[in-house]
Write a protein that binds this ligand. Structure first.
Ligand SMILES: [Zn+2]
Length: 272
C-alpha cells in the first residue's frame, strides 16, 4: 500500500502537470471505486472543473477543484492497496479517466479495485480525515506529545505506528525501517520505551520518511509515481522484505513474524 512518501511523490509529480487544467471528460469504467456521490453526480460535478491545488493528508490525496459556477469541490483519492494516479496518455487499464484541457489524461488505475474516490464539499469532514493523527513531517508532530501518548499505551509499538488515528501516513514499510534504525523490537509495548528510545524513534520516523520522499518512494507491488515510474527507496531497505538475508549492520539473519496481522521484519541482534 502506498504510504506517505509514495503519496507525496505522486502529489508533487501531478502538481507539475495538472494544475490549472480543466477536466473536460470523465469516464468511469469501474463504478465500485466511486464511493460518493452516485456516478452521474460525480461526473457532472467534475465536468468543466478547474484543478486548483493538490493536498496530501496521511495517505489521502485531495484535489481541490473550482467548478464552472465558481464553487469549490474536492476530489479525494485513497489508493489503498493497488491504486495508481498517473498522468499521460489514455490507459486502457484505467478504472476512471479524466480528460484534461491540455489533451492529457489523468488515469486512476487499480488492479484490485479497493481504492476509493469521492467528490465532496468539505474533505476535512470525512470521517477518515477527522480522526487522523498528526502529520509526522509537520510541526504539529511534537516529541513531547509523542512521548506522552506512547507512555499511556499498552499496545505493541509497531501496530501502534500503523494506526492512522495515532499518526498519519506510516504503513508497514516505514514502521519496520524506523524501528530498525531506532534499535527497537517491533513487539515492544509502547509504554516500555525509554526516553532515549522515544527520542530516537521520533527522529528516525521523520528521517526515513524524508529520505524515502527524496528517493521518490518505494516500489513494491503496484506503486507507481505520477508519471507511471518506479520509486527507488526499496534499495535502501534495512529490514523490510529481507527475510533470511543478512542484516546490513551485524550480518545476523533478518527475521519475519506476523504482528497485528501484518508481516513484520526485524533483526533480533540489533533491535532490543
Ligand atoms: Zn542486525
Amino acid at each position: 500500500m502506498p504510504e506517505l512518501p509514495e503519496v507525496e511523490t505522486i502529489k508533487s509529480d501531478l502538481e507539475k502537470v495538472i494544475l490549472n487544467q480543466t477536466i473536460i471528460k470523465v469516464d468511469v469504467f469501474r463504478s465500485s471505486v466511486v464511493k460518493q456521490p452516485e456516478i452521474n453526480k460525480f461526473k457532472a460535478g467534475l465536468k468543466n472543473a478547474r484543478i486548483r491545488q493538490i493536498i496530501r493528508r496521511g495517505k489521502l490525496l485531495v484535489i481541490e477543484l473550482e467548478t464552472k459556477d465558481k464553487k469549490t469541490l474536492y476530489l479525494t483519492v485513497h489508493l489503498r492497496m493497488t491504486g495508481q494516479l498517473v498522468y499521460g496518455t489514455f490507459d486502457k487499464k484505467a478504472r476512471v479517466s479524466f480528460k484534461l484541457s491540455n489533451g492529457g489524461y489523468l488515469c486512476y488505475n487499480d488492479q484490485r479495485t479497493l481504492g476509493e474516490l469521492r467528490l465532496v464539499k468539505d474533505w476535512q469532514q470525512l470521517s477518515v480525515v477527522a480522526k487522523m493523527g498528526p502529520e509526522p513531517l509537520s510541526k504539529e508532530f511534537k516529541l513531547n506529545g509523542f512521548s506522552q501518548q506512547l507512555s499511556r499505551r499498552l499496545t505493541k509499538i509497531k501496530p501502534l505506528l500503523l494506526d492512522q488515528h495515532f499518526i498519519a501516513g506510516i504503513g508497514n514499510i516505514y514502521a519496520a525501517e524506523a524501528l530498525f534504525l531506532s534499535k527497537i523490537m517491533p513487539d515492544r509495548q509502547a509504554c516500555s520505551l525509554t526516553k532515549a528510545e522515544v527520542c530516537l524513534l521520533f527522529k528516525n520516523i521523520k528521517q526515513v520518511l524524508k529520505k524515502a520522499i527524496k528517493c521518490r518512494g518505494s516500489s513494491f507491488s503496484d506503486y507507481r509515481d505520477g508519471h507511471g515510474q518506479l520509486g527507488n527507496f526499496s534499495q535502501h531497505f534495512y529490514v523490510y522484505g529481507r527475510k533470511a538475508q543478512p542484516c546490513l549492520v551485524c550480518k545476523n539473519k533478518i527475521q519475519r513474524i506476523v504482528l497485528g496481522g501484518r508481516g513484520t521484519f526485524f533483526c533480533s541482534k540489533c533491535q532490543k
